[in-house]
Write a protein that binds this ligand. Structure first.
Ligand code: HAM
Length: 413
């Protein structure tokens, strides 16, 4: 068997791991500022946690879940999203006694999709949720946090916020019927995939990327005309709030989401820099979901962002190599080397040692890595119990006693 990674999976290393860690840092800093608590759930759950809430007719449930039987015949699934496991955790750990609950997480998600640019089978999501309020300020707070995080990570990328309201669950059921009728009338003009969705999931035809479907959708009934006055007011308040925050948005009445649990506000942050996988972040309201999962009747709203898609738009981070290299000319000087590493460890000074007893090789490696200082241990240093520190940029060399090294580095930094 040829050794290879599974299709649609990828390793994180080098520049990518630097980007990943930077994202993680920005996310946790902003979560803290906004009082969201971190919660990390197991990577697999009982399959039934996902099958109904995400929608029996959704692509995720129909064809993308990694599901397997455990030895005792339990049906388990690698999490294809975070929202339902986070709510499961909030219910089973009695977190819903103290509402509103503001939680976030960041970790791997699994979907068996056809891999392409920006689409993986294992990828990472950042996920923010607020449970326990219908207030439009929660919708606003979440979009503001999303906007801040995206702007901090991608300050120079043009990203557009798309916004829509689906109205209540009941409204959505009625609207789907109206939409089905419209698409049946226009069946001949639709793509085969969309024809298959007319009865089961007609709102997904609205976000089809096929030219023919887009043309038909342009004249389809618009959901905003069917939503109640109360829901419309909720939507207006969010839009006014966004204007106050100077967050630009585009009202897009064809914006629907791929999972079934949404109602009222839905939103996506999109870019034209990633080809067809253009959504960096998506989310919305899911009042009723907590109850469906067996919890109390609790409203909720949240979003998730694709970490890999964000990483693809980040500038390369030059990894900070501020550590010091150590170069030894002979194995006999190991004890002198141990003294210096003990000293550096005690003073939290980072260093790199390449296990080579060859000055030339060690110095050329340090030059290659663009390291500023090398501590050199040669015969004279060993005999007379001192250390030479060489500045590779200026070429200067200094003879130092061990206890002077920290002050020397502080003075030079
Ligand atoms: P979603 O739209 O399915 O929503 O996924 C959110 C984000 O995850 C997408 O916008 C995209 O950036 C990223 N993503 C999705 N699939 C892939 C893939 N195959 N490869 C790479 N990135 C991908 C949810 O998952 C909802 N749970 C969001 C939410 C939270 N709604 C309320 N709370």
């Amino acid at each position: 068997m040829k050794l290879r990674a599974v299709r649609g999976t990828h390793d994180l290393y080098g520049d990518d791991i630097e980007k990943y860690n930077l994202i993680k840092k920005i996310v946790s800093q902003n979560a803290k500022i906004k009082s969201f608590n971190q919660i990390e759930t197991p990577i697999f759950e009982f399959t039934e946690l996902f099958s109904k809430p995400l929608g029996a007719q959704s692509d995720v449930v129909l064809k993308e879940m990694y599901t397997f039987k455990d030895r005792n015949d339990d049906l388990l699934t690698l999490r294809p999203e975070y929202t339902t496991p986070m709510i499961r955790s909030a219910i089973t750990n009695s977190m819903l006694n103290n509402l509103p609950l503001k939680i976030y997480s960041m970790g791997p998600i699994f979907r068996r999709e056809r891999p392409q640019k920006g689409r993986f089978r294992q990828f990472n999501q950042i996920n923010f949720e607020i449970l326990g309020t219908k207030d439009f300020l929660a919708d606003l707070e979440l979009i503001v946090v999303a906007n801040k995080i995206i702007n901090l990570i991608l300050p120079n990328v043009d990203i557009k916020l798309n916004l829509n309201s689906l109205g209540s669950k009941n409204n959505l059921i009625q609207f789907k019927k109206i939409l089905s009728k419209y698409f049946i009338k226009n069946k001949k003009k639709l793509s085969k995939e969309s024809v298959d969705k007319i009865e089961t999931n007609p709102i997904r035809i609205l976000d089809s990327k096929q030219e023919d479907d887009i043309e038909v959708s342009k004249s389809a009934p618009s959901i905003i005309e069917f939503i109640s006055k109360e829901d419309l007011l909720h939507f207006e308040e969010i839009k006014n709030g966004l204007k106050t925050f100077n967050i630009n948005f585009e009202e897009n009445h064809r914006l629907v989401r791929g999972l079934d649990y949404y109602c009222n506000t839905v939103f996506e942050f999109k870019t034209d820099k990633l080809g067809s996988q253009d959504t960096l972040l998506g989310g919305g309201r899911y009042d009723g979901l907590v109850k469906t999962l067996g919890g109390p009747d609790t409203d909720g709203i949240g979003w998730a962002a694709g970490v890999e898609r964000i990483m693809m738009l980040m500038d390369n981070i030059t990894s900070h190599k501020e550590n010091i290299h150590i170069a030894i000319s002979n194995e006999k000087f190991k004890n002198h080397f141990i003294n210096i590493t003990k000293y550096l460890d005690e003073h939290n000074i980072s260093y790199y040692w390449n296990y080579k007893y060859n000055l030339k090789k060690s110095l050329s490696k340090a030059n290659l890595d663009k390291i500023k200082y090398v501590i050199i241990i040669g015969y004279d240093e060993f005999e007379k119990n001192y250390f030479t520190i060489k500045n590779l940029i200026s070429g200067e060399q200094f003879k130092l006693e061990i206890n002077d090294i920290k002050n020397f580095l502080n003075d030079k930094s």
